[in-house]
Design a protein around this ligand. Sequence first.
Ligand code: HEM
Length: 289
Amino acid sequence: MAQRSERMSQDLSEALKESTKEVHEQAETTDFMMRFQKGQMSLHEFKLYLASLYYVYVALEKESERNKDNPVYAPVYFPNELNRRAALEEDLEYFYGPTWRKEIQCHEATQKYVDRLHHVGQYEPELLVAHAYTRYLGDLSGGQILKKIAQKMFHLPSTGEGLSFFNFPGVTNISKFKQLYRARMNSLPMDSATEERILEEAKRSFLLNIEVFKELQRLTSQGQTTENLRLEEPKLDLHSRGINRTHSPKESDRVQMGHQQMLPSTPLLRWALAIFFLATTVGVGLYAM
Ligand code: HEM
C-alpha cells in the first residue's frame, strides 16, 4: 500500500517509465533485438518484423479510433502525428511488392498481442493508454536508433523508402512531442487502482512484444521453411523492377543457386550429359594422337 501512495504522488509518465524499466531491458536484450542492434538481421527477418508490426498497429489504431472520444483515452489520441498503419503499408509494398497482403501472415504471438489490444479497446479502454505508450513512445525513442541501423544494414535509400514506419512526418520535434504526450498521459483522470492496472498493462504490453520477437527468432532460425522461400521471392521481383537496391549476404547464395539450377534437374539427364562430355573428351584425345 505504501508503494501505491508513493506511486500516486508520481506522474503517470514517470511511473510508467520506472515500472517498465526492467521489461524494457528484457525487450532490448532479446536475441532478435540484439541482432537488430548489431546490424546482423537478414532482410527476411526484417520483413517478418514489419509484417507483425502491421497487424499490431491495425489493431491498436482500430481501438484508438473506437476510443477517440472516451475521456480515459481522448487526451492521448494523436492520429495525424502517430498512426503507423499507412506507413507500414508503404513499407510492406516496398519490400514484398504489390501482392504483400497475400504474402504476410499473422503468427501466433502476434495474434495474441492483437487479441489483447481488441479486448482492452472494447472492455477495458482505460488501459489502452498503456499500449499506446509502449508502442508509440518506443517508436519515437529507440525506434529512431533502429531506423539508422536498418537503413545501413539494408542499404536503403536516404530518401526514406522502406523506412516509413520509423518516420513521423507529423512530428516536427520528437523530443517536444514526447513531452506533450507525457503531459497528456498525466492529465488522464484515474484513481490509484486504475493507475496500478495501467502500469501492469504496460508491462504486459512489453511482454507481448517480447513474445513476438522470440517467435520471429524461432521462425527464422528454423531455416528455409516453405514460407521463407515464398517470402524471399518478391525480393527478387523488387530487384528486377529496380526499386530495391538492398543486398543481403543470402543474395550471393542465391546467385550460386541460380548457376546450379542451370544444370538439368533429373539425374538421368545429368548422367547423359556427363557421358557425352566424357566421350567427346576421349574422342578429341584419340584424334589428337
Ligand atoms: C533495440 C531495442 C531498443 C532500444 C535500443 C531502445 C532504446 C530506447 C531509448 C534510448 C529510449 C529513451 C530513454 C530515455 O529517453 O530516457 C527508449 C525509450 C523507450 N522505449 Fe525503447 N528501445 C528498444 C526497444 C524497445 C521496445 C521493443 C519497446 C516496446 C515495445 C520500447 C519501448 C520504449 C518506450 C515506451 C520508451 C519510452 C520510455 C519513457 O520515456 O517513458 N523500446 N528506448
